[in-house]
Design a protein. Structure first.
Lengths: 1037, 492
């Protein structure tokens, strides 16, 4: 075999050599030499040797020898895959021996893809990698927070700035109505995004994001993209290295709202009451500053984190062991919003024999999170914004003030004090993997993955009196008497302080088996194949109940076991149980010719228990190819060292819907009161749809990767991603009877969404061995989201409501981005009665100083009751997002900066309670008070007004640029450390969220969605991210 | 060799895994501990439980209590602002159109109730047991109740009986003429009346009298006076009902299930709830919503100032009629009668203020439920009470030219509250009975439908358009979802 190829090769070379001289100019001379590897001096066959600027070229033979005709002064270019090209000028010497260095680590970097690995150079799909070091640098509690702005095509919004708050991860936009979370795999183990709190970012070695159709190796779960996270591993034959790092930081809020002080408030409110024909409530408006409720709830909160890890290996074993402690208090609520996490990690690989290796990964997490009511009417910040400044925090008798003038708004300080809400998670994630190297071509991997979590929750609700008429009261009066409820004739039950507890248990079990084949045939052909199968089961169960009459109204006794209700009476006891299964087989074939032409094909077949027997199985194919054009002999752009064109097309699925949606179950709510007792019956719950199937995403991607002047890397992708057969529950006809309590419309496949976008990644770094080192990376994502189809008979799917009982402000509608805002458009302010009378458009109830709305349909009347005058007034989806990392080092000093920007999205200001006495933002000072006084802010009034109808007056530009991290470090000189047996030590100071440039008036423009995709961009008083000043160290022994 | 064999085994196994033999079974996961709708009705208890589910939708009555008043001359919408439940404000102003969330709820919830009764009827022959007639009787009573609501609101509505509708069938369903729906309602109520006992020991269940009284009302709405008089007489003569001695006692939770109760919608204060799902509540949302905004003072709890009675209603009562102050709370005069009026405070909502509150269904401190007590009132909705039966019977008799019993019944109602007997006849008597209905039944959600039924709506309700506003528009979205082939009610 070998000889055959050798012979052919030699023959080919001979022919080339034979004909070359014909084209040569007379004065050329024959140059000969040997090309060797710089690292080990071994000859390299097949190296391209080219006279630069000509088509004269040859390749080296099996012993690395070449002969080429060139004249002095010519440049010879030596290039070979995996090595840096070398250019050498021909001088008088007839012999030129060359040592080629292995290519910069970037291109040869191993990238973990599904069920195998590849290199950056060979990869054919659209992927983005992030080094664990970059993620750790930000000192954030969650990897998704740290990923924001690091890679193109991945948009991450924080759902809350509270410690442990989750994020929305969107790879290439919103593609579905339901679950848009990508598939997240940690060392190959499925890890849902909710559970990311458990993962310590410091344990991460690398992150690879599969963005395009090549994610299809994960089939029915890959439609939202895949994030592959690898944790740290040891190296063979390395002495143990101990690394200890930590930081301590103080956090404060990034922003405060500009709210009215007592004096301003009194003036505005007098004006509002008088405008409604009522008596001005404040005889004296000289009330000074009054209470600044934001001062009362925002505090400086500490956080700290310590990590220790030991990495190393013997000749047979590799290990990486680590532990960490992380704790963070909230800038609202301090320890009432604390998040604390302990991690232990054990990652060992053992060579049983030359053929067998065992990889064992074990990640244990214990996390505790406390939280306050957030992001809604009744949340602490919503109450803070609306609490009025003329009320003290406490009355003279020491009790918390009641804020009696406002409905539903309670004293936020009292609210924080009386909130006890905590959850604890114990999570064990791991795998046992046996890798059998059958021969040099075949590797067979069997692994068993598990992810088990016990989630405990406890909510203690003490008896509390927030003031007369407050819905949040649990006591019946200020003396904290418990409500007594008559449950039968003259039998009373006391409902004292209560405690709700739940314990849920989730287990994923996954067995995977796959065979990898890899063969390099004579430097020209490389064939890779993967064939495998996966069986996945997720099950869970939970128990929950509420107990009343907690002793002493005290959190110290807040446990079901301590409940003093008669007979241990529990309320609302419940339980759940579920199991879902996925069976899969997958095949991937890859072929490359000369490492220059690369092809890959994937097919996966999935069977999911989420669907009925008729639609259970799906087949998901993907194809991709790449062309390393810089390796072509004709390619002659001297400043481009590496260039690759990529293209891919693939189909993947999304099965993220509730279990058993395909069948009708009697799980509705059929409860009535009979004999004065609440009596449960049965009722049909969600209507069934036996024909339910997965959503399908078709994605096309074309990309370009370049390395320019050795120091600049460039990657660009353009993609079109169409998701069809969206799974959701659109409204159905009321005749079906699904709108009873506990009833829901059926899930159907009805809707299409398109995402198109452009992604750009740029990197630049100078030689890391120099004194001055500078590197930067920049990424940009442009995205256009559009709904292409909604279910039959439905014009749109309504989303979030504006205000209290107000219009639906967001929609899912054809031709618009998902969750776009619809409302009235304003056109200034009516300055006078005359202007209203003369207006060609009738606006019912308009008074001077009111917002003037645009008559969209031109019928001469502003219709408040229907859609005819409503129009698009914003979208929560940014047009562009940008990320920028800057790193510089001079000798022992280093500095870095991370910026993130999102541009073009809007936010709905929905945190203002439209009540006569609720506090307001200071922009209202510039309100309309008479002709010519304002062109954009309407008059204030407590009377009937249409100014509170949802319009663009409540929509603000949400664009922002944020300095996410700024850091300065110093690495101690080695000579100071040798005596302490310390190998290296770095200390640093760092600031997170130093500055945010935005016009948005709310707490934080970086807001995600709290209640489904259609709630995106609706701000109820978002828990802002903290500005954190940290000092930290990193020691290696 | 060994390796080769091993490899063969692996490859065979992998190849097999690509086919689905064996895997199919693995994917057949059954929902744990859940009942499948297609495999139900195997015992008497199964029917009983499904029947409870069918009763559940009665609790949507808070909404009809609002609309029946707000659409009439009796009340305004109120609330926090004019955007707060905007649909009610439009109904108040008679500017409502086919886009109205409240009307859509009426449509959807009544059909949800109908679907639950039809689920039982679909399987009524599956399992036999003693006493099944009573379960079917209650089921048919409920179906009639829900259809009657729909006919009152929307006129012609699709009539679906004895089966659950599949989603693909929706577009084939047309609006059934009102008369045919009425025929089905009558048939259901006849069956119910024939199969239900006068007394059901379980409080809250429909009885023979409930079915007959509702049937009488259904006849009255169709101007079938003789038939109405006949069935209502049966309720009066053979039923166990009588007026409560004291009109004011009727409105307290403690006095429920009394001699005047013909059919109550039952509520409880034992379960909390949220604004997110008012139909899921076990409490009566009307009482809390109709409460006084930010009220701090004796007797009453605070609420959301919905469904506020008008001065027109308050002033309609003779000054000496005790029902005025029992029906309408004149808040300022109430406060002024208290020992320390200065300590009592309340707020005015941006959705309108009349100074009056619905005193029959209002949050009282003695009747609070679990938090949030705006939503957990135990006050039953008195869907049909004996005074209504008497006045309906009086009307049926006088309009079928039989003034004798009419006067007796009318004066029985008046005597209870110490009002002098009326002596009139013919049209004058009819007018007196209609007037009496306003005094006796205001604040109970009947007024709008009475005005429409008696042809008085146009003269009593501002902005009422004859030939249009007698019925409400079918929600446009329901027309669309049903395939768009239904014709909208005229004028909308």
């Amino acid at each position: 075999m070998k000889n055959y190829y050798l012979r052919r090769f030699k023959g080919f070379a001979a022919i080339v050599l034979l004909f070359l001289p014909i084209w040569m100019q007379a004065q050329s001379v024959a140059i000969t030499g040997v090309v060797k590897e710089a690292a080990n001096g071994l000859p390299i066959p097949g190296v391209n040797v080219l006279v630069k600027g000509t088509s004269v070229g040859t390749t080296t033979d099996m012993d690395g020898n070449y002969t080429i005709q060139a004249k002095p002064g010519d440049d010879l270019v030596f290039s070979f895959i995996g090595f840096q090209a070398a250019t050498i000028k021909v001088t008088s010497s007839r012999t030129i021996n060359v040592s080629l260095k292995e290519e910069s680590s970037v291109l040869s970097e191993i990238v973990v893809v599904g069920y195998g690995s590849s290199t950056k150079k060979e990869i054919t799909g659209a992927t983005s990698q992030v080094d664990g070091v970059e993620l750790k640098k930000l000192n954030l509690s969650r990897v998704d927070q740290a990923l924001q702005g690091q890679v193109s095509g991945v948009t991450i919004n924080s759902n809350s700035g509270s410690p442990g708050g989750s994020s929305n991860i969107r790879i290439r936009g919103l593609s579905t109505f339901g679950d848009n979370d990508p598939l997240i795999l940690v060392d190959g183990i499925v890890y849902d995004s909710e559970g990311l709190n458990a993962l310590n970012p410091a344990d991460i070695e690398s992150v690879n994001v599969l963005k395009d159709g090549t994610a299809g190796i994960y089939g029915v779960r890959a439609a939202n993209g895949v994030i592959i996270i690898e944790t740290k591993k040891g190296k063979l034959n390395t002495k143990p290295q101990i690394e200890f790092s930590g930081f301590y930081g103080m956090q404060e809020t990034t922003n405060r709202l500009s709210l009215l002080n007592a004096n301003e408030y009194a003036i505005i409110k007098n004006n509002a009451f008088v405008n409604a024909g009522q008596t001005a409530p404040f005889n004296n408006t000289q009330l000074g500053e009054g209470t600044d409720w934001q001062n009362e709830i925002f505090q400086v909160a500490p956080m700290q984190n310590y990590n220790i890890s030991i990495n190393g290996g013997t000749n047979k074993t590799r290990y990486s062991i680590g532990g960490s402690y992380y704790t963070q208090d909230g800038i609202v609520g301090l320890d009432k919003a604390n998040f604390t996490r302990y991690n232990a990690r054990f990652n060992v690989s053992y060579e049983l024999s030359t053929k067998f290796r065992i990889n064992s990964v074990l990640l244990y997490t214990n996390e505790n999170r406390r939280s306050l009511p957030e992001n809604g009417i009744g949340s602490v910040l919503y109450n803070t914004i609306n609490a009025y400044p003329t009320e003290p925090v406490r009355q003279t008798d020491g009790r918390y003030s009641y804020l009696e003038l406002v409905n539903d708004i309670i004293n936020p300080v009292a609210q924080m004090e009386n909130t006890y809400n905590e959850s604890a998670v114990n999570k064990l994630v791991g795998k046992e993997e046996l890798v059998y190297t059958i021969n040099e071509n075949f590797t067979f991997t069997n692994r068993f993955n598990y992810n088990a979590a016990i989630v405990d929750g406890k909510v203690f609700s003490p008896l509390v009196w927030y003031g007369p008429g407050k819905a949040q009261n649990t006591a019946v009066n200020a003396d904290l008497d418990a409500p007594r409820v008559e449950i039968a004739d003259s039998i009373f039950l006391e409902r004292g302080a209560s405690v709700y507890e739940n314990r849920d248990y989730y287990v994923d079990l996954n067995f995977e088996s796959f065979l990898n084949y890899e063969r390099q045939i004579n430097r020209e052909h490389k064939v890779k194949g993967t064939l495998g199968t996966s069986v996945f089961t997720r099950s869970g169960s939970g128990l929950n109940a509420t107990a009343f009459n907690v002793p002493n109204n005290s959190v110290d006794f807040a446990d079901i076991s301590a409940n003093q209700a008669e007979g241990g009476f529990l309320n609302n006891a419940g339980s759940f149980e579920f199991e879902e299964r996925l069976v899969s087989a997958f095949l991937r074939a890859e072929y490359s010719y000369l490492n220059r032409y690369l092809f890959s094909a994937i097919v996966r077949r999935d069977g999911s228990s989420k669907f009925g027997a008729n639609n259970r199985w799906g087949i998901f194919p993907a194809f991709s190819g790449a062309w390393v054009f810089s390796d072509e002999s004709f390619f002659d752009v001297s400043f481009i060292d590496f260039g690759k064109l990529r293209m891919s097309y693939g189909i993947s699925g999304n099965d993220q819907i509730p279990n058993f949606a395909y069948r009708a179950l009697l799980n509705g709510e059929g409860v009535y009161v009979l004999d004065d007792l609440i009596t449960s019956g049965v009722a049909i719950g969600r209507a069934s749809n036996p024909d339910l199937k997965w959503e399908t995403t078709h994605q096309f991607n074309v990309g370009l990767d370049l390395t320019i002047l050795k120091e600049i890397s460039f990657a660009m992708n353009y993609f079109v991603k169409n998701t069809n057969d969206l799974l959701f529950q659109p409204d159905v006809s009321g005749l079906l009877g699904t709108y009873g309590p506990g009833g829901f419309p059926p899930f159907v496949n009805a809707g299409d969404v398109s995402n198109r976008g452009l992604e750009l990644e740029l990197g630049y770094s100078t030689d890391p061995t120099k004194d001055w080192v500078f590197s930067t990376s920049f990424n940009m994502t442009q995205l256009t989201n559009e709904v292409l189809r909604v279910p039959d008979g439905v014009d749109f799917i309504p989303g979030a409501q504006f205000g209290v009982g107000g219009n639906v402000a967001t929609r899912f509608e054809v031709g618009q981005p998902i969750g776009y805002y619809i409302g009235l458009q304003t056109d200034g302010i009516f300055q006078s009665q005359q202007e209203i009378d003369n207006s060609s458009v009738v606006q019912a109830g308009a008074r001077p100083g009111d917002l003037r709305y645009v008559d969209q349909n031109g019928d001469g009347v502003i219709s408040f009751g229907d859609d005819s005058d409503r129009t698009k007034i914003g979208s929560p989806i940014p047009d562009f997002t940008f990320g920028l990392n800057l790193t510089g080092r001079y000798k022992n000093f280093d500095a870095s900066c991370n910026l993130y920007a999102a541009v073009g999205q809007e936010i709905i200001r929905n945190y203002e309670r439209q009540q006569p006495y609720a506090n307001q933002l200071t922009y209202i000072i510039d309100r309309w008070t008479g002709p010519g006084s304002s062109e954009d802010i309407p008059r204030v009034t407590t009377g009937a007004t249409r100014n509170n109808v949802f319009s663009d007056y409540f929509v603000e530009d949400g664009s922002f640029l944020r300095i996410r991290n700024l850091q300065v470090g110093y690495t101690l000189p080695r000579k100071w450390l040798t005596r302490q047996k310390v190998e290296s030590m770095r200390v640093y100071v760092s600031v997170n969220n130093l500055y945010t440039l935005t016009n948005y008036q709310g707490f934080d423009p970086d807001i995600g969605n709290f209640g489904g995709v259609l709630a995106a961009g609706v701000d109820y008083g978002f828990y802002p991210q903290a500005r954190t000043i940290m000092g930290g160290f990193n020691i290696k022994f | 060799m060994a390796i080769k064999r091993y490899t063969t085994v692996i490859l065979t196994a992998l190849a097999l895994s690509l086919t689905n033999s064996g895997c199919e079974k693995y994917l057949d996961v059954s929902p744990p501990f859940a009942q499948d709708a297609e495999n139900y009705f195997n015992s008497e208890q199964d029917y009983e439980l499904a029947l409870i589910g069918a009763y559940d939708l009665l609790q949507a009555s808070y909404l009809t209590l609002w609309i029946g008043e707000i659409a009439s001359d009796n009340a305004i919408a109120g609330g926090e602002s004019v955007n707060d439940s905007e649909g009610l404000h439009q109904i108040e102003a008679m500017t409502h159109n086919a886009v109205n969330n409240e009307l859509r709820s009426i449509f959807r919830w009544n059909y949800a109730g109908i679907a639950r009764t039809n689920f039982i009827m679909e399987y009524k022959d599956k399992t036999d047991f003693d006493g099944k007639e009573q379960i079917i009787g209650e089921t048919r009573f409920l179906r009639a109740y829900y259809y009657f609501e729909l006919v009152k609101y929307f006129g012609d509505v699709p009539l679906i009986i004895d089966k659950r509708l599949g989603s693909e069938e929706v577009t084939e369903v047309a609006r059934t003429p009102r008369s045919e729906v009425y025929a089905q309602i009558e048939s259901d109520l006849r069956y119910a009346a024939n199969n239900l006992p006068w007394n059901n020991p379980v409080k809250g269940k429909a009885e023979k009298g409930s079915a007959l009284a509702l049937l009488g009302k259904v006849y009255l709405y169709q101007n079938k006076f003789a038939q109405a008089a006949e069935v209502l007489d049966e309720v009066i003569n053979d039923g166990p009902y009588s007026l409560m001695a004291n009109f004011g006692d009727l409105w307290f939770a403690a006095n429920e299930d009394n001699s005047e109760t013909v059919f109550d919608v039952e509520y409880s204060n034992l379960e909390g709830g949220s604004y997110g799902c008012l139909i899921c509540l076990e409490g009566n949302a009307a009482a809390g919503f109709q409460g006084i905004r930010q009220y701090e003072g004796p007797l009453y709890g605070d609420g959301n100032s919905y469904n506020l009675p008008t001065a027109d209603l308050y002033n309609a009562f003779p000054v000496n009629d005790p029902r005025r102050d029992i029906t309408v709370l004149n808040l300022d005069s109430f406060i002024n009668l208290q020992p320390d009026p200065g300590s009592i405070s309340y707020a005015v909502g941006g959705g309108g203020h009349t100074g009056f509150y619905n005193n029959k269904y209002i949050k009282r401190q003695s009747e609070l439920g679990l938090p949030d007590d705006d939503l957990t009132s135990p006050l039953n909705y008195k869907a049909i009470r004996y005074a209504d039966v008497l006045l309906m019977a009086a009307e049926a008799h006088t309009r079928s030219n039989n003034d004798g019993p009419a006067l007796t019944y009318l004066n029985e109602v008046r005597a209870r509250v110490g009002m002098p007997a009326v002596n009139a006849s013919g049209q004058q008597l009819t007018e007196a009975i209609w007037q009496e209905r306003r005094y006796e039944l205001s604040g109970e959600g009947l007024r709008f439908f009475d005005l429409v039924r008696t042809g008085k709506a146009a003269t009593s309700i501002d902005n009422f358009t004859s030939g249009k506003n007698e019925i409400f528009p079918i929600p446009q979205v329901e027309i669309d979802l049903a395939g768009g082939s239904w014709t909208q009610n005229s004028g909308y």
